[in-house]
Structure formats: structure tokens, C-alpha cells
Design a protein around this ligand. Sequence first.
Ligand SMILES: NC(=O)c1ccc[n+]([C@@H]2O[C@H](COP(=O)([O-])OP(=O)(O)OC[C@H]3O[C@@H](n4cnc5c(N)ncnc54)[C@H](OP(=O)(O)O)[C@@H]3O)[C@@H](O)[C@H]2O)c1
Length: 337
Amino acid sequence: MVEELSRAGGAPVVVRDADGRHGWEPVEAPFGLTAVTGAGPAGDGSAEAAALGLDRDSVVLLTGGARGITAAFAVALARASRCRLELLGRTPAPTGPEDPVTAAAGDRAALRRVLAARGGYGSPAEIDRAAELLLAQREIAATLAALEAAGSRVRYRSVDCRDSAAVLQAVKEIHADHGRIDGVVHAAGVIDDRLIAEKSVESFERVYGTKVAGAAALLSALDQLPDGGTSFVVLFGSVSAVFGNRGQADYAAANDALENLGEQWRARTGRRVLTVHWGPWAPDGLHSGMVGPELAREYARRGIALIDPEEGPLALLRELAWGDPAAGAVVHTASEW
Ligand SMILES: NC(=O)c1ccc[n+]([C@@H]2O[C@H](COP(=O)([O-])OP(=O)(O)OC[C@H]3O[C@@H](n4cnc5c(N)ncnc54)[C@H](OP(=O)(O)O)[C@@H]3O)[C@@H](O)[C@H]2O)c1
């Protein structure tokens, strides 16, 4: 194995089958004819949503959908189809308008200063946590407002996707309320980048479990629905599962396992499951996602282009509408990795 790892060139060995030991090489796959003829992309995603059968009555459930790049995808879905949206995330839902004192603090640093001045916190770490919570709730409130403005009916629930009982309950309630779930997007994810020698079991479990236990909980909840569940499932993976990334052994393994879990479910149920291994997205202010300004600079230094947050969601809609339905996984990046 050490010899295989240190061999220059070629894909790393990840599979052993009857033909021996080998790796996967990604190949370019253009869309079929439909994508470039009359029924093809209209530019705003509406042709793609129609091709997917999504309309105002459809229901799409997104874990992680209230924040980050998944919120951007939810907004694209809402604009393209005005479908009903059900969003899950750990953050407790905002209970009302923010206190005007903290609301006046526009960024993390200002918020910390206002909270510290207000007092009542035992440590700087507590102030940080309070600031993070307020920022997360602001992002959720802004997402909900954007989705409603785009014409979708939307609900947010505070559910940890690693909690299989809570996921099952949410999925059953959503299905009972609407009588259907047309699409599911599992995009909940966390990173905690460090070299393997510095990783703790707790950190590994958090990074790995959010992706893998979360997907397992969702897929098994779908199995229990009376109509067999949804017509498509999308799993948000990462280019680091395909090409690796320093400090992300846990995250790369998680996203690779996610794809395998999806493949197994697809083989068993015959339903469409697509893992999208995204390259890095450009932060867009409100929904900065995992790539903050510092990481964005680092990617620029390495010559890696970032996915345009307007273009990324439309690319996924195109993939779902015009891509090969038999493809279990695709890589979407703005440049070579
Ligand atoms: N941004 C990128 O460039 C990029 C590139 C490749 C892949 N991705 C993938 O895209 C997805 C979204 O990433 P992002 O950049 O948008 O990051 P983000 O802004 O940190 O969003 C992560 C989302 O996951 C939710 N989440 C985390 N743990 C959860 C849990 N246990 N249960 C339920 N929800 C949970 C978060 O909400 P709460 O905090 O409220 O729980 C948040 O909505 C991830 O799966 C990531 O791996 C992103």
C-alpha cells in the first residue's frame, strides 16, 4: 500500500475487484442533445425545473438548506418552480425580530463588541458562541425571506441530521402534511481541517457523521414512507473525495462514503440518487459557506477558480434535468483541482 501511495502519476488505488487493484479517473461528460435543443436550458432554471417535474405543489426537503451554498440552491429552486421547501439545520429557528441593539452590529467583530458590552457572559468563548448563533439565525431569517419573496412556501425545522429518530419524525411529518416529498437534498456538512496526526476521534465523528449518518438517517426515513419516497435525492459531496485535500482525510472519506451510500440505495430502490462533488464556491456575502475570505485567497494563490454562486445552483439544476440519470456521481468545479 505504501508503495502504491508513493507511486507517481495515475489515480490513487481505491478499488479492488476481479480485474485487480485500480483507481477511478474522472471523465468529461457533456449533456445530451436535449440540453442544446428546444427543451434545453432557458437560463433561469425554469426549463430544468419543469423537466424535473417540479412545480408549485412539489415538495423539496433540504438538510443544511437554510444556510451556505444550499440556501443559494434553495433560492434557485424557488425562483425556477416556486415549489414548497422544507429546510433542516441544527440552529434553533429565530423566534422573532432580532433585538435592535445587536441588530445594529453588522459583522462578527461588531457583534462581539456589542455582546461583551451588554455583559452576562462567563467567557470570551461564550461571547463567540452567542455571536455565532445570532449570525446563523440572521442567515436563516434572510434565506426564509428570500424564498418567500421568490414565491415558495417554506418551513425551517431545527433537526440534527445525525439524530435518526428526529430525522424520521421530520420526514414523516413533512410527508403527512403535504402527502408527498418530490426531492431530497442532503447538504448538511461540517469541516474541521487538520493533519491526521492532530485529529481527534470526536472531530472525525462530527465531520464523518454529519455526512454519512445524516444520509443514512434520511435514506432510511424515505424507505419508511408509504409511497416509497422521493423521485430524486441529491447528496452534496466534495471534490476532496475525488482528488484528496491536505487536512481533509475525514471530510474526503465522508464524501466518498456518501457517494457509496447513495449508490447502494439507488441499486436497492431504483430511484435517482446523484452525489455532486463540488469544487469550492466563491463566498457571496450573506451565504459565505465553508469558503471564507481567507480560504478564498488561498485557493486564488493555488490557481483554483471558485464556483460563481449564481451559476452553481443553475449548474445543478441543469445536471438534474439534462444529465445522465444513470450517473451516480459527478464532479462540478470551476477549474482543475
Ligand atoms: N462551500 C463550498 O465551497 C463547498 C464545496 C464542496 C462541498 N460543499 C458541501 O456543501 C454543503 C454545504 O456547505 P456550505 O459551504 O454551504 O457550508 P455551511 O455554510 O457551513 O453550511 C452547512 C450547513 O449544514 C448544516 N448542518 C451542519 N451540521 C448539521 C447537522 N448535524 N444537522 C443538520 N444540519 C447541519 C448547517 O446548519 P446548522 O449550522 O444550523 O446546523 C448549514 O446549513 C456541505 O455538505 C459541504 O460539504 C461545499
